[in-house]
Design a protein around this ligand. Structure first.
Ligand code: SF4
Length: 689
């Protein structure tokens, strides 16, 4: 028995299923995963995990893993050596760059992969290929929140830690479903609410689990959050309940902001949002009575045409009530993917170098140019949305994408498919032969987190290490190694031996990561950026200053943008969101036996009143049609949703029609995040159970 035990290896890893960033030990014997064991000293979760963190790892040993590079020959893919595949990519990319210019190629990074890999990928795009056309999938989710916080308080991340949320007297959750999307964080809220009398307000279209527990659940009409938030803010100002000291000493733009609120009276808001005046007054009163309040929000806010402005209204409300800079206060946009924060932080964004330093700033660019010995392109590049528009216009000829299932998770995938088909050259690098890979010319086999070293950043800006458990399966390789080999084929001389050296380079260049190092992150240690050179990190932001030259925050006037309307015949509103048991496109979780066993496929939620009207029962097969496409799905009848609002779980399977067959290409006007949550559909019943 002792010998058997000796062969059991315990390795620290970080969960890859959401932005909470739980860490734990994974116990393995050879390639078998024996168990996931949480540790008391894990900084975020301690001894908790959710079902995904605990049971979602089978995919690593799935027989469907890509183990060899593939090259398209006509309609077939044939196995190739790394040498053949990389040489083909190098020659195609340099040919296209030569013929059409560096901006004819786009680079889409992965918020599932490490900081080091994202850092290297943007370096590859910028320094080797000469373009800022580099983006990641935060474009599909939280870019509006990042943009809103950058313009109001200065840092595009959560204001404090997850543990700080527990200290708050009042939590307001808007358009988010933490109990399923950020389960361990939700556990903390549930505990604080139940045991410590923390007050909870939930605003959502759907009565999700936290809504059922809330002191106040409000259900505004779809796409009207900015209106009720502004009305609550105006009411607070009208009552004289604003934090006058805080506003005087720490905030700019109050007068102009007050003017901008004129139209947001309770009367107007009641008509526009369907909420009662009493409910809005209650929100304002609860805020007034709480010494500390924080606001959590997610895709229910950010996936709309006016998303950056709604996120800005949230930051404005927090500023008016003085809720920044103390534990238990602040703005918490909840990051979806495990490393969506890190992918942005480490520079896979068209306008920013790592640490949100603008590419257009000559001083910043010079720092990188000197370190890398190149001239960098100055103008911001294309984001994901603009890249596809670029394909349509014939300007963008090639795409290189890693760790991202664009053909399922982007909106209006019928359009996406046709654009991917139109590309002259397309490289997909992933763990599985994804749906997106079907459009590729070369498919490269990558290794998942358990087969490499690296770091992720969770939603609270916490940088954590994960360690290699297994050797890469077959010929698959860590993404950073692939970028390095390709860069060297294209004339670079990169010689990174380990991801720690990539992090050292990022730390030497990006101000926010100055004191980040693998030694300081050893084991379960972590650092929350900004990190000073001496290693001091920043769990709580804005204690003394906001991140602008004069140290003051900015109230930014915003106005409501009416949502996109599909047309009268599309008489139902379709909302969508995550399931506890599954992750996004399901490439990983549907390949994990325990999770698939528990929840084998997506479903549509329909209200009892609508079900009665349309003759739908539990298990009926229905077809939903939008102006963009159709899906067939089984329905369940539940009072979690009301009236003509439907809810479709977005965790689709490759073999089940994707929700994004229905969504449009419309997007947030500022950041181009698709408006997934503004969807008119019609429904027909195809078959009773
Ligand atoms: Fe993983 Fe998120 Fe669950 Fe934690 S809460 S185990 S990070 S999916």
């Amino acid at each position: 028995a002792a010998m058997r035990k000796a062969r059991i290896k315990r390795t620290k890893t970080v969960c890859t299923y959401c932005g909470v960033g739980c860490s734990f030990e994974v116990w393995t014997k050879d390639r078998k995963i024996l168990k996931i064991e949480p540790q008391e000293h894990a900084p975020v979760n301690g001894i908790s995990t959710c079902v995904k963190g605990k049971w979602g790892w089978d995919y690593v040993n799935s027989e469907e893993r890509l183990t060899k590079p593939l090259i398209r020959k006509g309609n077939e893919f044939v196995e190739a050596t790394w040498d053949e595949a990389l040489k083909l990519i190098a020659s195609k990319l340099s040919g296209i760059k030569e013929q059409y210019g560096p901006d004819s190629i786009g680079y889409i990074a992965s918020s599932k992969c490490s900081n080091e890999e994202n850092f290297l990928f943007q370096k590859f795009a910028r320094a080797i290929m000469g373009t800022n056309n580099v983006d990641n999938c935060s474009r599909y989710c939280q870019s509006p929140a990042t943009a809103a916080l950058l313009r109001t308080v200065g840092i595009g991340g959560d204001s404090g830690t997850i543990r700080d949320i527990e200290k708050s007297e009042l939590i307001i959750v808007i358009g988010a479903n933490p109990a399923e999307s950020h389960p361990v964080l939700a556990t903390r809220i549930k505990r604080a609410h139940k045991l410590h009398g923390q007050k909870l307000i939930v605003a959502d279209l759907r009565e999700n689990e936290l809504a059922q527990r809330a002191n106040l659940f409000i259900h505004p009409k779809p796409s009207t959050d900015l209106i009720w938030i502004s009305a609550v803010t105006k009411y607070i100002l009208d009552q004289g309940w604003e934090d006058k000291e805080f506003l005087k000493n720490r905030v700019n733009g109050l007068d102009e902001y007050i003017q901008s609120l004129n139209k947001y009276t309770l009367d107007y808001a009641e008509k526009a949002t369907g909420l009662s005046k009493d409910d809005m007054i209650q929100v304002a009163t609860m805020l007034h009575k709480s010494k500390t309040a924080c606001i959590l929000w997610a895709m229910g806010v950010t996936q709309h045409k006016g998303a950056t402005d709604t996120s800005t209204a949230i930051a404005n409300l927090l500023l008016i009530t003085g809720n920044f800079g103390r534990p238990g206060t602040g703005a918490y946009p909840l990051r979806g993917h495990n490393n969506v924060q890190g992918a942005c932080d480490f520079g896979t964004m068209p306008a920013w170098l790592p640490g949100y330093e603008p590419i257009q700033d000559d001083k910043v660019r010079k720092r990188y140019e000197e370190a890398w010995g190149v001239t960098l392109p100055k103008d911001p590049g294309l984001d994901n949305h603009q890249m596809l528009e670029g394909v349509k216009e014939g300007k963008l000829k090639a795409l290189y994408l890693f760790g991202e299932e664009m053909a399922l998770v982007d909106s209006n995938v019928n359009f996406v498919d046709s654009m991917l088909e139109k590309l002259e050259f397309f490289v997909v690098q992933d763990v599985f032969f994804s749906k997106t890979a079907q459009f590729a010319d070369v498919v490269l086999p990558a290794s998942p987190s358990l087969e490499k070293d690296g770091t992720f950043v969770n939603t609270e800006r916490r940088i954590q290490r994960f360690y290699k458990v297994f050797e890469p399966l077959g010929d698959s390789k860590p993404d950073w190694m692939i970028f390095q080999e390709l860069a060297n084929l294209l004339g670079a001389n990169w010689n990174y031996q380990h991801p720690s050296e990539i992090m050292d380079e990022a730390a030497s260049l990006a101000t926010y990561f100055a004191g980040v190092s693998y030694e300081r992150l050893e084991g379960f240690n972590s650092q929350i950026w900004p990190v000073k050179k001496d290693g001091t990190d920043s769990p709580l932001l804005y204690e003394k200053r906001f991140v602008f030259p004069d140290g003051k925050a900015r109230l930014v006037p915003v106005d409501w943008t009416p949502p996109f309307e599909a047309g009268e015949e599309y008489d139902l509103h379709l909302n969508n969101g995550r399931l506890l048991e599954h992750f996004h496109e399901g490439n990983m979780t549907y390949r994990s036996e325990g999770l698939t066993h528990k929840v084998p496929h997506p479903w549509l939620e329909i209200s009892p009143e609508l079900a009665k009207e349309r003759g739908v029962e539990d298990g009926s097969l229905v077809r939903l049609t939008s102006p963009y496409g159709q899906v067939k799905v089984r329905a369940i009848v539940t009072d979690r949703v009301a009236g003509k609002e439907l809810y479709l779980t977005m965790n689709t399977r490759e073999d089940v029609e994707a929700v994004n067959r229905l969504t449009s290409s419309y997007h947030d006007l500022i950041t181009h995040t698709p408006n997934y949550k503004e969807m008119g559909v019609k429904m027909e019943v195809l078959e009773q159970k």
